[in-house]
Design a protein around this ligand. Sequence first.
Ligand SMILES: NC(=O)c1ccc[n+]([C@@H]2O[C@H](COP(=O)([O-])OP(=O)(O)OC[C@H]3O[C@@H](n4cnc5c(N)ncnc54)[C@H](OP(=O)(O)O)[C@@H]3O)[C@@H](O)[C@H]2O)c1
Length: 334
Amino acid sequence: MTQVNHQFRLAARPVGMPKRTDWSYVEEPLRQPGTDEVLVKTLYLSLDPAMRGWMNEGKSYIAPVEIGAVMRAGGVGKVIASGHPGFKEGDEVYGTLGIQEYAVVPGKTLTKVDSKLAPLPVYLGTLGMPGMTAYFGLLEVGKPKAGDTVVVSGAAGAVGTVVGQIARIKGCRVVGIAGGQEKCDYVVRELGFDAAIDYKSQDVKKALREHCPEGINVYFDNVGGDILDAALARLARGARIVICGAISQYNATSAVKGPSNYMSLLVNRASMTGMVVFDYADRYAEAMREMAGWLAAGKLKTREDIVTGIETFPETLLKLFKGENLGKLVLKVT
Ligand SMILES: NC(=O)c1ccc[n+]([C@@H]2O[C@H](COP(=O)([O-])OP(=O)(O)OC[C@H]3O[C@@H](n4cnc5c(N)ncnc54)[C@H](OP(=O)(O)O)[C@@H]3O)[C@@H](O)[C@H]2O)c1
């Protein structure tokens, strides 16, 4: 009997928040891998804010997903069959598998992972792309020094939780900004942040004045918009702003809201630098070793928010934009 592969393919370029009808949920017969290809059964898929950008046309740091193509996504899975000498049946792998139950991909695009060292979903979060983003964005671009005040927005999410914890490991004071009391309590009580600001119920500018009396040395920005402006208003001299993301703007139907307080960069001799994690790909192994060590030593905690059922993909993705995820949002395929 022919095995069937269920997939989400991009059907339309969304305007504003994506809708279910922006994808088509289809099935196609499974094909066997050719030379140097590997057939992977997808177990967990990474749902990322960046997916919203990949659905748009136009120049970016990566090509858009074409209309009709399987929706791009990172995932972890098990090798079912291999035409590549480096992989065999049963191997656990990470790769760009797409929103589908099975993927046939070139073996050279896969990385082996090991569920004995960490549960598979962790390879999509702290030991995966978001963790690498936090590590290189903070350490290479933010350049924190012990005693610095580090502020991170999107603090209870996949990237933010790791940024705050690494900053603590490096001896910094850490202030998180997140939506809602539960998330603020989580980053302070569970992750050891020094303080958290609930941007949904507090005046962020005022709260930053209280929590950062000497100013902000490093601001790691995941959200953009008004929160970036509030942080700009509180910079210390020589501050570094890491532009990692701007999720508050991803579904905007009018022009993206840029910072109006940018003259603060001049006054404070500060810098604002964009970063893309893929630029550090040749150093992921180095970061993974160090992060795995922190995990094993209990210095770094990881949390995944796992939703089951590939068929829920369009609605589950929206949790990111509604702030309904705590920790790394992962889709368990079956
Ligand atoms: N540059 C890179 O290479 C790179 C790589 C990975 C990720 N990123 C970026 O990093 C950021 C975080 O990604 P992630 O994977 O860790 O996602 P995440 O933080 O786990 O999830 C997204 C969170 O964003 C917050 N959010 C949503 N809409 C918001 C709004 N209008 N204003 C303020 N906050 C809002 C929500 O938290 P609240 O409940 O707190 O609002 C939501 O839970 C994103 O901007 C992403 O694009 C960049």
